[in-house]
Design a protein around this ligand. Structure first.
Ligand SMILES: Nc1ncnc2c1ncn2[C@@H]1O[C@H](COP(=O)(O)OP(=O)(O)O)[C@@H](O)[C@H]1O
Ligand SMILES: [Mg+2]
Length: 302
């Protein structure tokens, strides 16, 4: 029996990047003889009643597995509740999406991260000037420091602040959204590593360097080069992926003093086009093989 899978991406995003990721996975699945259909998240809706189900115009049977490249975690969860194996599972996507939740998992396992202080939650639009106890935060983390929103991507919600005034201004600008204060790893200015993890392995990796920005993933003028991680860097990336319960992820590592790796982020839905073009290794092949192995270990026919 041929395995069937759905690849789900977000129907509200027009950007080619998201379609491209879904297509790369579909091509890799077809190469391995798996029948894979691409769906938008809004093609499939959770219908909750005494008989929970999903409703879809195409009225197809549920697949043997789903690859979820989206962050619609309610839908991912509903598919799991209906018994479909979802890669990555909803909980891993939710933890990855929320950088505070990610750092909590990593810190609990004593994995190396930048020192991080979680901003207290507030319910009002106005805050009194000392709500965030700025002096204590500067004392703990020093200046310059990073202010980072819990939800964000492409470096757009990550800020480097140099003075107390800038820090106050930034907290006021993003107040109301979850964020954290974080130690600035200055030895990593404008560079980081991206390691692509599948299961217990790093399948490919690259070093990213920005031209004039502290964020390595700000692409204007930045460069990428293939990178061979050390055993320690690779094992750290695998541990980080497992820490959030993900099957595969793009793990970003910063360069600490003497280049010791520090975990910056775990992307459960990391796009793979850039790393493929940089290293000539397509992680989609390993992702599909991994899913086949997981399903056969669970006794599905493959
Ligand atoms: N604590 C830090 N110290 C130094 N550089 C950082 C730090 N946090 C993030 N960066 C830089 O900013 C980039 C984006 O941060 P990241 O947390 O990965 O957010 P995003 O999800 O937007 O990619 C990283 O790739 C790294 O280059
Ligand atoms: Mg990142």
């Amino acid at each position: 029996m041929t395995l069937s899978g759905w690849i789900i991406y977000n129907g509200s995003l027009n950007s080619e990047k998201f379609m491209d990721f879904a297509h790369m996975l579909q091509t890799a699945a077809h190469k391995q003889g798996i029948n894979a259909l691409i769906y938008k998240n809004n093609d499939i809706m959770s219908y909750l009643s005494l008989n929970p189900q999903i409703i879809q115009a195409k009225k197809k049977n549920l697949p043997d597995f789903v690859i979820f490249t989206d962050k619609d975690i309610y839908l991912a969860k509903q598919l799991e509740l209906l018994g479909v194996p979802v890669f990555n599972r909803a909980e891993a996507i939710a933890t990855s999406d929320d950088k505070i939740a990610t750092y909590q998992c990593l810190a609990q396992l004593q994995l190396p991260i930048p020192k991080t202080i979680v901003a207290p939650k507030s319910f009002t639009n106005e805050i009194h000037t000392d709500f965030y106890q700025i002096d204590h935060i500067i004392e703990a983390l020093g200046l310059p420091m990073i202010v980072k929103e819990a939800f964000g991507s492409f470096g757009e919600q990550v800020y480097l602040v140099h003075t107390k005034d800038e820090l106050i201004e930034k907290t006021q600008a993003i107040h109301g959204r979850p964020f954290m204060f974080q130690e600035f790893i200055k030895t990593s200015y404008g560079k980081d590593l991206r390691l692509q993890v599948v299961g217990d392995q790093v399948v490919t990796a690259m070093k990213r360097t920005a031209k004039d920005d502290f964020r390595a993933n700000i692409t204007a003028g930045g460069t990428m080069e293939a990178y061979k991680p050390s055993n320690y860097e690779a094992s750290l990336a695998v541990k980080a992926t497992k820490a959030i319960g993900a099957d595969f992820a793009g793990v970003d590592l910063l360069f600490g003093e003497n280049d010791e790796p520090i975990i910056c982020e775990i992307n459960s839905n990391a796009h793979i086009r850039n790393i493929y073009e940089c290293t000539n290794i397509n992680p989609a092949d390993a992702m599909i093989s991994y899913i086949r192995n997981q399903l056969s270990a669970k006794g599905e026919q493959v």
